[in-house]
Design a protein around this ligand. Structure first.
Ligand SMILES: [Zn+2]
Length: 295
């Protein structure tokens, strides 16, 4: 069984510390993954404080947020403009590519995308994507050929603007099969590889899931008959919970489960159907996310 492994990198701290940790771990087990980088300003502190309302407060306590993200992330971009991640940490991004991992665009400004995507017009969306692609192209020496929006926040305008870039695929939603998105009845050509599994922060502390049974829970969700795509975060599995993630990788290998870049799944998926994408709320996550309409 193959499981697509997607590493989302949201912050300066995640890039600086989480990415090298994950690269080292994956090298040890000869695993390749898809890394989606945020390359513009790190204003994620603003994002976390903006969400500071009761449900989020409980989630912060539930996941021990300062442990999970670190105080520096909680404050990034709140007191002074956030640092440009790609500019400051280009060596880490290049080393990830050189190690043979698939590199895609996550965001120019992760915070701004999550906060303002509902109000962004096509030009603002193009501009944000273009800044990210330009920065990654300068870093890598070639353009990134895949992308994944921050926080699974996509819409029809985003899908249309993405089609102006040479992305082989995008991973912008949750769902259960690789598909071509339908926008106003028109089938777009860039396939979507949806994430099928929940993230750590969505399930931890709910329904009896703790750090000691989290990996077993995740493994129980894998389905040999279906598409399996997991997202980990450089900030979470790459720093505070790296040992737990290593245990997950080891268990996968012992059970003949191969962790692979998303592009490998695309190559092996032959009957790509079309689906619309809608906004939905899911347990454990604040606000709406984009979901594939069940095929
Ligand atoms: Zn993200």
């Amino acid at each position: 069984m193959k499981v697509g492994l997607r590493v989302d990198v949201d912050t300066f701290r995640g890039t600086r510390f989480g990415v090298p940790n994950i690269c080292l771990l994956l090298k040890k087990y000869s695993v390749k993954a898809s890394f989606f980088f945020s390359v513009g300003p790190d204003n994620m502190g603003r994002h976390l404080w903006r969400l500071f309302r009761p449900t989020f407060f409980w989630k912060m306590l539930r996941t021990k947020a300062t442990n999970l993200y670190g105080w520096d992330i909680l404050l990034k971009g709140t007191l002074w403009p956030g640092p440009l991640i790609g500019k400051r940490l280009e060596g880490i991004i290049r080393a990830t590519a050189d190690a043979g991992h698939e590199i895609g665009l996550h965001a120019w400004d992760h915070y701004a995308w999550q906060a303002h995507i509902n109000d962004m017009d096509n030009e603002a969306i193009y501009d944000s994507l273009n800044k990210g692609v330009t920065s990654l192209t300068q870093i890598l020496g070639y353009p990134p050929d895949c992308s994944a929006v921050p926080g699974w926040k996509s819409n029809d305008l985003v899908l249309k603007e993405k089609s102006k870039f040479p992305f082989r695929y995008n991973s912008d939603c949750r769902g259960e099969s690789i598909f071509r998105p339908l926008v106003n009845g028109e089938e777009l050509t860039q396939p979507q590889i949806p994430v099928t599994l929940p993230t750590y922060d969505e399930v931890i502390g709910r329904n009896g899931i703790t750090n000691s049974n989290y990996n077993d829970y995740l493994l129980s969700l894998l389905d040999r008959e279906k598409l399996n795509v997991l997202t980990i975060h450089a900030e979470v599995e790459g720093i505070a919970y790296i040992e737990m993630f290593e245990q997950f990788v080891k268990t996968c290998i012992s059970r003949d489960v191969s962790l692979v870049p998303l592009g490998v799944l695309l190559r092996e998926y032959h009957e790509t159907k079309s689906s619309a994408i809608i906004k939905k709320e899911i347990p454990g996550r604040e606000g709406w996310i984009s979901c594939q309409v069940a095929p």
